[in-house]
Every structure is written in structure tokens, then in C-alpha cells.
Design a binder for this molecule. Structure first.
Ligand SMILES: Nc1ncnc2c1ncn2[C@@H]1O[C@H](COP(=O)(O)OP(=O)(O)O)[C@@H](O)[C@H]1O
Ligand SMILES: [Mg+2]
Length: 336
């Protein structure tokens, strides 16, 4: 019997080989009508297009050849394709091609898109929980295929409606097989786990002294914890997970305290709006030691508990639907 879907991710290599051999060459307009640009990230732009012959609307991810390696494009496309059957992962049509200037692949159009934090002021805790459960399910699916997303952040979470009834995780541009070694990264983001920040090449540095880091699902768990904080508050908990960042240091001190103090006054200032249950959840998702970090599915144990203290948008179910999660002005950069 021929086995497909190998758990070690080697099916991805096979898919990449096959796709490379059959990647057709065409200009976008030969096959699609371009309606408008609907998104832009660090690596490419996404166009709303309709298929010229069938009229089907699609989101075409377009990556300039000048800044994209063929292998990188093939990896993103094949990983996306492999995972796109999950209801909380953006769907694909199996259409990939190259033009003179770009590599492109077509995705399901996520209509009426709202970035998860753009409207966070209006977001109710019950919506956040719906979103969190769906992203957890998507990540578990990814991890069960021995893959790691590595770019879990609000910009890559697409909402199909304002109440987060349907949410899709997108952008597999950084996804890798579990166990891949990262020697260094350039620059840091607030979503990056402390162990990832140890291999960040800082300004003026020529090399990283820390040993290479193995890509593990725990990187996604950390980013997921940060995302939950972000969508509940509207701002980042810190800029980067390094000792030089006071906000991170405060949280790390709280996590590291021998018998973690439950007393209200010991919780770092940015985290005071959260209930002890929510803090327990965060302490598991954001365990400083990657080996002790929980899996993303741990959130399920907390969805029936209150996350925000009364007066911070939580409370009884009825009140919650009326209440808004307040955005407190803070010197930290607000989430995009
Ligand atoms: N399928 C889609 N439907 C609608 N908008 C999308 C879709 N995919 C991506 N976008 C929008 O385009 C932006 C950039 O896409 P993304 O795949 O994240 O590119 P990058 O790899 O450059 O970050 C996203 O943040 C989102 O706003
Ligand atoms: Mg992106």
C-alpha cells in the first residue's frame, strides 16, 4: 500500500519536487482579472482576482522573484496545500505558477476580512475564546503533521465575520518541519519565544554565540500565548523577550518566583486585568522553559473560566456580551 501523509513531513519534499516539475509559466492577467490589492506582508502581496474563465474570486498571493527563492515559494505553497483541508486553515485551489517577475499561488478568498486586532476594542471575550479555540485546533493539526507555523500573529489570523465564528490561520511562509535547525534570525518580534531570541543577530553583531535552535511546536505555543494577550488588550506584552526589556523581565520574574505569588499586587502591572485562572493559562503557554511549556490545546481547560476581571470586560455571560474590552492607552506600541 502506498502511504501518503508521512508524519515526519517528508511528503512535503515530495510535493515540492513534483510542483517544481509542473510549475507553469504565465502572466497573471492571462488567467486572472485583478480587482485590487487586499493585503501586504513582509514577503508578498495578496490580490483579489477573479478567474478569467470561471469567474471564481480568489486571493492570489504574489511574491517577487527578486526577493523570493524558488525553494521558499515551493515550501510555502506545498505546506499550505498539505494543510489547507483543515476548516481553520486558509483553503487552496491547487493553482501555482510563475510569471516573469513573480511566483504566485491562489488561495480561498476570505471575504469581509477583519484583522483580529483591528477591531479589538469591540471584541468580546466570548469572541476571543471562539477565535482562540479555532487557532488552537489549526495549530494542533499543523503540529500533528510534524510542522511548525512559526509566524503566529494577528496579521496572519483572518476573520470571516466580526464575531469570530469562523477564523482561518494563513501565511505558511516561515513554516518548517519540526527539528529544523535555526542558526540565527535577524530582528525580533514580540511574538518570538525567549529561546528564539537567543539566536537573534543584534545590531553590530557578526555572529550568534548561542547554539542552533531546533524548531519545535513550543515556538507556536509561545506566540499563541502572546497573541491571546494582544487580542484581549490591544497591545503587546513586551517588545522582545530579552533581559533588556523591562516588561518581559517583570513577567519572567513573576513566572520564575519559587512559589508563584497569587497575591494581586505581585502580578506585573500589564497583567493585572487578568483573573488568576487566565494567569495560570498564560503561565503554561508562556512557560519560559520551552521543555515545560504546555501544548496549544491547554487553552481548552480554560475556556469555561473567566479571563478578565470584572470591570475589565469579563464577568457574567450576559454582561460580557454588552461589555467592551477596554483599550488602555499605553506607551507600548499598539498591535497593528
Ligand atoms: N486568503 C486571503 N483572503 C483575504 N486576505 C488575505 C488572504 N491571505 C492573506 N490576506 C491578507 O494579506 C496579508 C498578507 O498575506 P500573508 O500571506 O500574510 O503575506 P506575508 O507572507 O507577506 O506576510 C494578510 O495579513 C491578510 O491581511
Ligand atoms: Mg503574513
Amino acid at each position: 500500500m502506498i502511504e501518503l501523509g508521512l508524519a515526519d513531513g517528508s511528503l512535503i519534499d515530495e510535493l515540492m519536487e513534483l510542483t517544481a516539475q509542473s510549475l507553469s509559466h504565465l502572466e497573471i492577467q492571462e488567467r486572472f482579472n485583478i480587482i485590487k490589492e487586499i493585503g501586504r506582508g513582509k514577503y508578498g502581496k495578496v490580490l483579489l482576482v477573479t478567474h478569467r474563465f470561471r469567474g471564481t474570486p480568489m486571493a492570489l498571493k504574489v511574491m517577487p522573484k527578486a526577493s523570493t527563492k524558488l525553494q521558499g515559494f515551493l515550501r510555502e505553497y506545498c505546506i499550505s496545500l498539505h494543510l489547507s483541508c483543515h476548516p481553520c486553515i486558509v483553503g487552496l485551489f491547487g493553482i501555482a505558477f510563475q510569471s516573469n517577475e513573480h511566483y504566485c499561488f491562489a488561495q480561498e478568498l476570505v471575504i469581509d476580512l477583519h484583522n483580529v486586532t483591528n477591531s479589538c476594542q469591540k471584541r468580546y471575550v466570548s469572541s476571543v475564546k471562539r477565535c482562540v479555540l479555532q487557532i488552537a485546533s489549526a495549530l494542533e493539526f499543523i503540529h500533528s503533521h510534524s510542522l511548525v507555523h512559526r509566524d503566529v500573529k494577528p496579521e496572519n489570523i483572518l476573520l470571516l465575520d466580526n464575531h469570530c465564528c469562523q477564523v482561518k490561520l494563513a501565511d505558511f511562509g516561515l513554516a518548517q518541519k519540526r527539528g529544523t535547525l535555526i542558526r540565527f534570525i535577524t530582528g525580533t518580534l514580540p511574538y518570538m519565544a525567549p529561546e528564539l531570541c537567543t539566536v537573534a543577530l543584534l545590531e553590530g553583531e557578526k555572529e550568534v554565540s548561542a547554539p542552533p535552535l531546533s524548531v519545535e511546536p513550543s515556538l507556536d505555543t509561545w506566540a499563541f500565548g502572546v497573541v491571546i494577550f494582544c487580542i484581549l488588550t490591544g497591545y503587546f506584552p513586551w517588545e522582545r523577550c530579552m533581559d533588556s526589556d523591562d516588561f518581559y523581565q517583570e513577567f519572567a520574574d513573576w513566572c520564575g518566583a519559587e512559589d508563584r505569588p497569587d497575591a494581586e499586587e505581585d502580578v506585573p502591572p500589564l497583567w493585572k486585568r487578568f483573573t488568576p485562572d487566565a494567569m495560570e493559562m498564560f503561565s503554561k503557554l508562556l512557560a519560559l522553559d520551552a521543555g515545560k511549556r504546555s501544548t496549544v490545546g491547554e487553552v481548552r481547560a480554560y475556556v469555561d473560566k473567566d479571563w478578565l476581571k470584572k470591570g475589565h470586560g469579563a464577568g457574567q455571560q450576559q454582561a460580557e456580551e454588552k461589555e467592551q474590552v477596554k483599550l488602555v492607552g499605553y506607551e507600548n506600541k499598539q498591535v497593528k
